[in-house]
Design a binder for this molecule. Structure first.
Ligand SMILES: C[S@@+](CC[C@H](N)C(=O)[O-])C[C@H]1O[C@@H](n2cnc3c(N)ncnc32)[C@H](O)[C@@H]1O
Ligand code: SF4
Length: 399
């Protein structure tokens, strides 16, 4: 089964594989209207209205704080992720973008993405997000059948999802949507049909995630109680292969395990993560990686929304971790991220970061077994045969 927490969690200017990966800002909005039974994101349901003014003030403080730790950067991308950022008022989104532009130089062609849930109420705010400066919308469609949406605990219908996608397509220069496949009881034929229909709706990007059962979710409890019929290994592989085949045939090949785009329309923000660039994260439970004189720092904020808010108000930032990574850790992270990409990794960068070379014998055997290949420029990448076993292959290269 393809484990895919990284591409989900993780954030059009075509950018060559060897170019500077750039600098991005991730903004986490931690609230949802309800909790989906498969989801382990840092998302919370609150019975009372959220004080957005207070959150905006805290985001501003965090942005100012990060700008002192990573001064002088040029922001190539901003990503509002969640939770459900489409519950934010457009003025709040605008306030955050303005704060970022006030503390760093925001590139004139910066990609500004917002994740949206496709209920009709949220679609009503799309115009406001566009006016605030969002230029890319990522819509959480998840499935194209009402019974399937219900089984996923979603609060929207297919009709609403289709309407949201069409509003997104009409308002934003770029949009994407997410689907989850490998759902309980889903056959290969059913997924092929659903995906073909979805591909009629896509613009230049689509994210297709194979369902993973995450710890401490309702789906985990149901599976453990034998109440969730999940695809076996063989069906999982067939679903993955069908996904690659259909997307490729429509001109949207996978550029990452679960992300498909027309060449040049890749998510610039997420490429920053996968190309091991620099980014800061603001908001509850957000992560960052920045290069400083002390080395590459790993940053993480307090996950609990109200505790994060209190900490920012008293200390001026929400960081609970801000530590240099060892060279070995940097090498491992670089491989873990970069080998997800179709373009693969440059082994020389691995050597520079980690201070060691990839074990020649191990690499030769992975190449001989057909899991890894080396291109004409010497870059290493996981083959289609190795892709479903990505975690094992990466662990083997990094060992
Ligand atoms: C931050 S989440 C969701 C954003 C938004 N709140 C929504 O639900 O549409 C980003 C994406 O991760 C995917 N996702 C979340 N949990 C998953 C799981 N357990 N397995 C596979 N995909 C998952 C969904 O496709 C989702 O759209
Ligand atoms: S709406 Fe999105 S973030 Fe919120 S619980 Fe559902 S999948 Fe998770």
């Amino acid at each position: 089964m393809i484990r895919d927490e990284i591409s989900r969690k993780a954030p059009v200017r075509p950018c060559a594989a060897d170019a500077d990966p750039g600098f991005g800002v991730y903004v986490h909005w931690p609230f949802c209207l309800s909790k989906c039974p498969y989801c382990d994101f840092n998302s919370h349901v609150r019975g009372t209205p959220i004080d957005e003014e207070r959150y905006l003030a805290a985001f501003r403080a965090e942005i100012a704080h990060r700008a002192t730790l990573a001064p002088g950067r040029r922001v190539g991308s901003i990503f509002f992720g969640g939770g459900t950022p489409s519950l934010m008022r457009p003025q709040t989104v605008q306030g955050v973008i303005d704060a970022i532009a006030a503390k760093w130089r925001l590139e004139p062609d910066a990609e500004v993405t917002l994740e949206a849930n496709p209920t009709s109420v949220e679609a009503g705010r799309f115009r406001g997000y566009r006016a605030a400066g969002v230029n890319r919308l990522s819509v959480g469609v998840q499935a194209l059948g009402d019974a399937d949406l219900k089984a996923l605990g979603r609060k929207h219908t297919v009709e609403e999802a289709l309407a949201a996608v069409s509003v997104a397509a009409s308002l934003f220069p770029r949009f994407s949507f997410d689907l989850i496949y490998g759902r309980p009881g889903q056959s290969e034929a059913a997924w092929r049909k659903e995906l073909a229909r979805a591909l009629d709706l896509v613009g230049d990007h689509v994210s297709l995630y194979q369902l993973t059962i995450e710890p401490d979710t309702i789906f985990e409890r149901l599976r453990d109680a034998g109440k969730l019929k999940l695809p076996d290994e063989e069906l999982s592989l067939a679903l993955f292969a069908a996904t690659r085949e259909l997307t490729e045939a429509r001109g949207l090949p996978a550029y990452e395990v679960s992300n498909h785009a027309r060449p040049g329309a890749e998510s610039r923000h997420n490429l920053v993560y996968w190309r091991y660039g620099e980014y800061v994260g603001v908001g509850p439970g957000a992560h960052g990686r920045i290069a400083t004189a002390k080395g590459r720092l790993a940053q993480e904020t307090e996950r609990h929304p109200e505790m994060w808010l209190t900490q920012v108000e008293t200390e001026g930032h929400g960081l609970v971790e801000n530590v240099p990574l060892s060279r070995e850790e940097q090498g491992d992270e670089f491989l873990l991220m970069g080998l997800r990409l179709r373009e693969g990794v440059d082994p020389r960068r691995f050597e520079k970061l980690s201070g060691r070379s990839i074990d020649r014998e191990r690499l030769t055997s992975l190449i001989d077994d057909g899991f890894i290949e080396r291109d004409a420029r010497g870059r290493l990448r996981v083959t289609p045969m190795g892709a479903p076993l990505l975690d094992t292959v990466v662990a083997d290269v990094a060992a």
